[in-house]
Design a protein around this ligand. Structure first.
Ligand code: IFM
Length: 463
C-alpha cells in the first residue's frame, strides 16, 4: 500500500457519476452503455417509478458551458476536491480496442478546468456504465472482463495520470451487480417485482463480484506498472449491520452473514489481499460452480489499494427470513425518519471508521459518498430559496461523526458529499433528489439550497 499524500490538506468535496450527470449520450462518438440500453430500450424506470426517464441529457455536464458554470458553483462553495466518473464507452466506444480521442479530450479539459479552479480531481474509472456490447457478452460474468477493464484503465492512466493524482477503480461493485443488475433483470423480464431477489440470483452474481475484485486488482497492478505517483483506491458501499433483535441468535447470525457478503468480502480483498472462505461457502451454497482458484488469490494478494473509499448512507437492520435471499431480510425500522437510502444513523458511520482503523490496519480513507434525499418534505421552495433542513441536519451530523473518528485516530483524508447537484438516480430516474443544488431538469437551471450554504460555511470555518 502506498500511503502518499499525507501532507495534502483534508479534502472537502462532492461526488458525481458520468451517467447521472453528463448527458451527451450520442455526442462525439460515444458508444452505448448498459444503462443506455436499460433506459432507452427496455425502459426499466417505467417499471419502478412509472415514468420513462433516461440519462440521455441528464444535467448536461457534457456541455462545457454548463460544466464551467458548475465549476464556478464548486469554487464558490469552497470545494478543494471533486469526484466524477469517466464514461467507459465515451473513451472506448466498443469497450475495447479503438480509443475515442474526443472522449478523452473532454475529460482532459474538464480536469484542467477543475485544476485551474483549485479543485483536485478524483476520477472514478467505472461507475456502472458498462459498455453495452461487452455487457451482451456477459459483462462482469465473463472472465475476459478483467482484461477489458485493465486495458481501459491503462488508457485512462496514460491519458490522465499526469494531472489526476487520485483514482478510484470501481464504484460500489456490490450494488452494481446485486442490486442494479438484478432490479433491471427483474423489471425487464417481468417475472417478479423489481426489488424481489432470490438466493439463486445471489449465487449467480457471486462469480461476477469476484471478477470485479480481480478487475480492481488488475487495474491497481496497471497503476503500479505505469509508475504513477498518486493514489489508487476503490469506493465500496459499506453498511454497518444491526440485528433487528439484538438478543436473537438468528438475527445476530444473519447480520454477521450479510456483513460478510457486503462488507468483509471486498474489504478483505482490497485491504488484506485475502478472500473470506466463509463468504464463498455462503454464496457457493447457491452456486456450486463458485470457487476461487489459487491464481486469483495471488492476483488479489499482490494488489491492495492505497486508500479505501467509503460510500456510507445508512446501516442495515437485519433479521432471519426464510423467504429472503440467503434466508435474510434487510431494511429499516419503519418508525424511523428515513432518507431515500435508509435510516439516519451517523453513529454507525463513526463505528465503521473505527472498524477500519482497528480491523484493517488504519488505511487512508476518503468518504467518497455521503448524503441524503428525503423527498418533497425536504424541498421547500420559498421565493428564490429552497429549504432542505433534513439534508442539512444529515450532513452536519455525519461530518461531526467523521471528524470525531478522525480525532480518535482514524486516517480519514477527505469527505465528499453525494451530491452537489440533483441528478439521474438510476432506476428512480429524476424522482429522487440528492443535491445541495436544485436542478430544474427542463431548463437546467441551478439553484443552491440551504445545505449548500451550510456546507460552504462549514468549509470556510475549517482551520
Ligand atoms: O446515486 C447513487 C450513486 O450512484 C451510488 N451511491 C448511492 C447514490 C445515491 O443513491
Amino acid at each position: 500500500m502506498n500511503h502518499q499524500n499525507t501532507t495534502r490538506p483534508f479534502l472537502w468535496g462532492a461526488a458525481s457519476a458520468a451517467y447521472q450527470v453528463e448527458g451527451g449520450w450520442r455526442a462525439d462518438g460515444r458508444g452505448l452503455s448498459k444503462w443506455d440500453v436499460f433506459t432507452n430500450g427496455e425502459r426499466i424506470t417505467e417499471k419502478v417509478v412509472g415514468a420513462h426517464h433516461t440519462g440521455n441529457v441528464a444535467i448536461n455536464t457534457y456541455d462545457p458551458v454548463q460544466y464551467r458554470n458548475d465549476i464556478a458553483l464548486m469554487r464558490d462553495l469552497g470545494l478543494n476536491a471533486y469526484r466524477f466518473s469517466l464514461s467507459w464507452p465515451r473513451i472506448l466506444p466498443d469497450g475495447t480496442g479503438a480509443v475515442n480521442t474526443a472522449g478523452l479530450d473532454y475529460y482532459r479539459r474538464f480536469v484542467d478546468d477543475l485544476l485551474a479552479a483549485g479543485i483536485a480531481p478524483i476520477a472514478t474509472l467505472y461507475h456502472w456504465d458498462f459498455p453495452a456490447g461487452l455487457f451482451d457478452r456477459g459483462g462482469w460474468h465473463n472472465r475476459d472482463s478483467i482484461d477489458w477493464f485493465r486495458d481501459y484503465a491503462a488508457v485512462v492512466f496514460e491519458a490522465l495520470g499526469d494531472r489526476v493524482d487520485t483514482f478510484v477503480t470501481l464504484n460500489e461493485p456490490f450494488i452494481d451487480l446485486f442490486l442494479m443488475d438484478l432490479i433491471a433483470e427483474n423489471a425487464r423480464s417481468g417475472e417478479r417485482e423489481p426489488f424481489a431477489f432470490t438466493s439463486e440470483q445471489y449465487g449467480r452474481q457471486a462469480p461476477g463480484m469476484h471478477n470485479l475484485l480481480l478487475a480492481n486488482a488488475a487495474a491497481v497492478g496497471e497503476f503500479r506498472r505505469q509508475g504513477l505517483s498518486g493514489m489508487v483506491g476503490i469506493a465500496l458501499p459499506l453498511y454497518p449491520m444491526i440485528p433487528i433483535d439484538g438478543e436473537d441468535a438468528g438475527d445476530i447470525a444473519a447480520a454477521a452473514q450479510l456483513d460478510g457478503v457486503i462488507n468483509r468480502w471486498p474489504l478483505d480483498a482490497v485491504l488484506k489481499g485475502t478472500v473470506p472462505d466463509d463468504v464463498v461457502a455462503t454464496l457457493g451454497a447457491h452456486n456450486p460452480a463458485f470457487a476461487i482458484p489459487e491464481a486469483d488469490r495471488a492476483l488479489i494478494a499482490a494488489n491492495s489499494v492505497d486508500f479505501i473509499g467509503v460510500n456510507y448512507y445508512a446501516p442495515m437492520f437485519v433479521e432471519t427470513d426464510e423467504s429472503g435471499p440467503l434466508g435474510m431480510a434487510a431494511g429499516a425500522n419503519p418508525d424511523e425518519v428515513k432518507a431515500f437510502n435508509g435510516p439516519v444513523r451517523p453513529e454507525a458511520l463513526h463505528g465503521l471508521l473505527l472498524r477500519l482503523r482497528d480491523d484493517y490496519g488504519n488505511p487512508p480513507v476518503i468518504i467518497t459518498e455521503n448524503g441524503a434525499g428525503f423527498g418533497d418534505i425536504d424541498e421547500v421552495h420559498d421565493g428564490d430559496a429552497i429549504h432542505d433542513p433534513l439534508r442539512t441536519d444529515y450532513l452536519r451530523r455525519h461530518i461531526d461523526a467523521v471528524l470525531k473518528a478522525k480525532a480518535e485516530g482514524a486516517d480519514v483524508r477527505g469527505y465528499l458529499v453525494w451530491s452537489l447537484f440533483d441528478n439521474f438516480e438510476w432506476i428512480q430516474g429524476y424522482t429522487r433528489r440528492f443535491g445541495m443544488v436544485h436542478v430544474d431538469f427542463e431548463t437546467q437551471t441551478r439553484t443552491p439550497k440551504d445545505s449548500y450554504a451550510f456546507y460552504r460555511d462549514l468549509i470556510a470555518a475549517q482551520p
